[in-house]
Design a protein around this ligand. Structure first.
Ligand code: FMN
Length: 324
């Protein structure tokens, strides 16, 4: 018999498949459907730092934004009250058995951090910080991006006792060093990676347009590489996000060293069936390969688990693209 139970952020969860932060996790009704389909936990849709600051009557312009951004957030805040979010956490905790992780999308360590305590008080099992800074300013001094993130993490860890995870992008000047440092701050997990808004260009209208927010299973590779590399040094749990669309994706990420995975796009596409099939496949694969528990195969193909660690690095590139 295979056992899909595992631990993530200090909690025992019934399966390693977590529904990631998105519009899929914005009501108790939806959370129930994901729980019944085999999800191990759910990360609620994110609250924005700007949303918290506007409701607390802080001047956004003093913090970091263009006036047109502030206008947008003013409208957004009228439609998405923080009290609704706190009610969602409270109601979810009454009706859902799997862990419910709240999420905050943030870019600075300003006054918004007190809100984390309200989420803890409302009963959130954990808090995921989605650090959403695109370091696009060429004049930004080296290290500022990393220091801002470390400041946020330190401040939040002082505010709450619930486990905190950090969802990051790969846009750091030394990614391995940043992940290593972060993993030793006392956070419970690193989530690799978040996904920025993707731009596209309409060549007929000669204008910019948003690209699809959804991924495909081919988008798994960058996360797979970094889970395999980070599992060699990280002092916290690792959760793979981006491009996990099916059971194969789950198995690959756990073999690379992930404690859990998050899924979003595939569930938007196939609803509960995506989760059911993913969890079923993972169990069947474990049975076929004679792994009784998740820990029996976790990290077997991490950087330190394989004979040729360079597989995840440069040598393979030379082998494939350096030939005649
Ligand atoms: C419609 C949509 C809404 C999302 N909203 C959030 C959000 O509120 N907070 C967040 O951290 N990530 C959000 N994401 C990103 C997802 O959590 C996830 O990181 C991304 O979709 C990659 O995972 P996937 O390949 O399984 O889709 C959203 C994604 C989509 C498609």
């Amino acid at each position: 018999m295979t056992d899909l139970t595992t631990t993530y952020m200090g909690k025992t969860i019934p399966s390693p498949v977590i529904v990631g932060s998105s519009g899929l996790t914005y009501s108790v009704k939806q959370l129930k459907v994901w729980q019944d389909a085999g999800a191990g936990a759910c990360v609620l849709k994110s609250v924005f730092e700007e949303q918290i600051l506007i409701e607390a009557d802080h001047d956004l312009n003093e913090v970091h934004f263009h006036p047109e951004g502030a206008d947008y957030f003013d409208v957004y805040v009228k439609e998405h009250h923080l009290s609704h979010y706190l009610d969602l956490v409270r109601d979810a905790k009454k009706e859902i058995e799997i862990p419910v992780i709240a999420s905050i999308n943030c870019v600075s360590a300003s006054q918004w951090t007190e809100f984390a305590q309200r989420l803890e008080k409302a009963g959130a099992d954990g808090l995921e910080l989605n650090y959403f800074m695109m370091p696009s300013d060429p004049k930004m001094q080296e290290g500022i991006n990393e220091r801002t993130l470390f400041q946020i993490v330190r401040k939040i860890l002082n505010e709450v006792k619930i486990p905190v995870s950090v969802k990051v992008s790969s846009y750091f000047s030394n990614l391995a060093n940043t992940l290593d440092y972060l993993s030793r701050t006392g956070i419970a997990a690193l989530v690799l990676f978040n996904r920025f808004y993707q731009p596209d260009i309409d060549i007929e209208k000669v204008d910019v347009k948003p690209a699809s927010p959804f991924t495909t299973h081919r988008d798994i590779t960058e996360t797979l590489r970094w889970i395999a590399l980070a599992s060699e040094f990280a002092e916290c749990d690792l959760c793979a996000s981006t491009g996990v669309h099916d059971g194969e994706g789950v198995v690959k990420q756990i073999l690379a060293g992930a404690n859990a995975v998050q899924m979003v796009s595939a569930i938007y596409h196939d609803k509960a069936a995506a989760l059911e099939n993913t969890v079923r496949f993972t169990g069947e694969w474990m049975e076929e390969h004679k792994f009784a528990t998740i820990d029996d195969f976790r990290g077997k193909l991490s950087r330190s688990g394989i004979k040729n660690p360079a597989f995840y690095e440069r040598v393979q590139f030379m082998k494939h693209f350096g030939g005649r």
